[in-house]
Design a protein around this ligand. Structure first.
Ligand code: HEM
Length: 475
């Protein structure tokens, strides 16, 4: 009997011939899959066109996949969306699990994403946050609403671009709407379910007909032109300024650095820069926007988190990293935001490399594996009253967001965990702390809490669909 159970595949919702379960994904697959998991359980098998897919939706099954069997399933599928953007999977996020990825990741963790780098870019953050405060202060004096979604995105674009591309960036495309749109679009493609992934023999025709392929090509072309522009600006070295990411990568190229079997080329550098751009900007801005949306809906929590910050600061003006360390309630607010609104709700899909079991169900090589962090954050078996925004729930447990606790997985876990975790967390904490310290926030005239729309926009990173407009009042 035992042997028979071991060979059993996970439960599966009925699908159609050819398309399988594709029609059940909808615009917001994490939500559709969450609903399906309530009926079919925390390990579910789906057929997405031709592709066998397993979705795990509980902390226990996520632990089995990402911790116990991480090595069986830490590769990535060759999806069409990221193919061109990553110059044929030369980046960290979409590269298969191989020696190149291992060495690239090690190099980036050491050089680009290290706590030392996070401290190095703090002056950039100080300056950009100061500019943000000035611009919001202007809106406060004219009692006009600001689009927080837009402000947070602009803040992160400036910080990341200065850290990655240096100050020269400012004269070229900073504050340029086209650039913001480019980042947004590219993200949409990374998360898009394209027909060629699921119908290997002709899906590309559908992608051409729907216009997806044309869009994608344009987006790749524009980003490529942008990287080239950056290389041109960095041609003359960095004698008078701090080394940015492009300087560093170009230096490694010059030194003929080898990663796995690959010698570092311009295409490798572009793929790495794509990860930094797309990995860092949207995810942090999305978190900050969701946090402010939840805070305005929950005035008690808003007041409490502001009191914590204001008590810590007494009358000092500039928030330091040491101050942030003391803001325990703010950290709980951010965790609670990630529980309800994980910015990358299905993480980045994995591909199974060798057979293993979850809950006794057999998972075969080449299966696509999704972890539904959104469903896990709303699982009533783990979270009491999951729909309620209650940061205090983190008072009586030690659950953190760093991939050790499978109840809360905004950054994933295991070998593929987000390497930008410290950088992302620091950005979110610092930006929110400043906005909450300097200003009180009100809804625009005539609006009530119930009017706030919490609808989500589709993509690999899922943000708030409508912009968040709030009126600042200077503290
Ligand atoms: C709040 C901010 C952020 C969130 C919520 C977030 C979330 C994630 C998630 C869920 C993954 C997939 C993990 C998995 O497959 O298990 C990921 C991967 C990744 N993230 Fe982030 N991220 C954030 C910030 C950043 C930043 C600041 C950077 C870079 C500067 C970054 C770079 C990357 C890269 C390169 C990967 C691919 C890792 C791999 O496949 O080995 N992320 N991120």
């Amino acid at each position: 009997f035992k042997r028979k159970k071991q060979q059993r595949g996970p439960p599966s919702p009925p699908g159609f011939p050819i398309i399988g379960n594709l029609h059940q994904l909808g615009d917001l697959p994490h939500q559709s899959l969450w609903r399906l998991s309530k009926k079919y359980g925390p390990v579910m098998f789906l057929k997405l066109g031709r592709v066998p897919t397993v979705v795990v939706s509980s902390s226990e099954t996520a632990k089995q996949a990402l911790k116990i069997h991480d090595l069986n399933c830490c590769s990535r599928p060759s999806l069409a969306g990221p193919r061109e953007l990553s110059y044929n999977y030369l980046d960290i996020a979409f590269s298969p699990y191989d020696d190149y990825w291992k060495e690239l990741r090690k190099m980036c963790v050491k050089e680009l994403f290290s706590p030392k780098r996070v401290r190095m870019i703090q002056p950039i953050k100080d300056e950009e946050v100061k500019k943000l405060i000035e611009s919001v202060t202007e809106s406060a004096s004219s009692i006009s609403p600001v689009s927080l979604s837009e402000k947070f995105l602009a803040l992160n674009v400036s910080v990341i671009c200065k850290a990655a591309f240096g100050l020269s960036f400012q004269e070229t495309v900073l504050n340029n709407d086209r650039f913001n749109k480019l980042v947004r679009e590219a993200f949409l493609f990374l998360g898009s379910f394209s027909a060629s992934d699921f119908f290997p023999n002709g899906g590309w025709i559908i992608d051409r007909l729907t216009g997806l392929q044309g869009w994608r090509e344009r987006s790749v072309r524009d980003l490529d032109a942008f990287y080239e522009q950056m290389f041109e600006l960095h041609k003359h070295g960095n004698k008078d300024r701090v080394e940015d990411f492009v300087d560093l990568l170009l230096r490694l190229e010059k030194e003929e650095a080898v990663l796995g079997n690959d010698k570092l080329t311009r295409n490798h550098i572009k793929a790495i820069l794509m990860n930094v751009l797309l990995g860092a900007i949207d995810t942090s801005a999305i978190t900050m926007t969701w946090a402010m949306a939840e805070l305005i809906r929950n005035p008690r929590v808003m007041k409490k988190v502001q009191s914590e910050i204001r008590n810590q600061m007494e009358n000092r003006l500039v928030i330091t990293l040491e101050d942030i360390d003391q803001l325990h309630y703010l950290k709980m607010v951010i965790k609670e935001t990630w529980r309800l609104h994980p910015p990358v709700p299905l993480l980045v899909p994995r591909e199974v490399m060798s057979e293993f079991e979850i809950d006794g169900y057999n998972i075969k090589p080449k299966t696509l594996l999704y972890v539904n962090a959104y469903a896990i954050g709303r699982d009533p078996d783990t979270w009491k009253d999951p729909e309620v925004f209650l940061p205090e729930r983190f008072l009586d447990n030690d659950i953190d967001a760093k991939g050790h606790h499978f109840e809360l997985l905004p950054f994933g876990s295991g070998r593929r965990i987000c390497p930008g975790m410290y950088m992302g967390t620091a950005t979110v904490e610092f930006g929110l702390a400043n906005m909450l310290y300097q200003f009180d926030w009100k809804l625009p005239e005539g609006m009530v809490v119930e009017d706030i729309d919490m609808e989500e926009a589709p993509g690999l990173a899922v943000g708030k669909k409508k912009e968040l407009l709030l009126v600042p009042v200077k503290y």
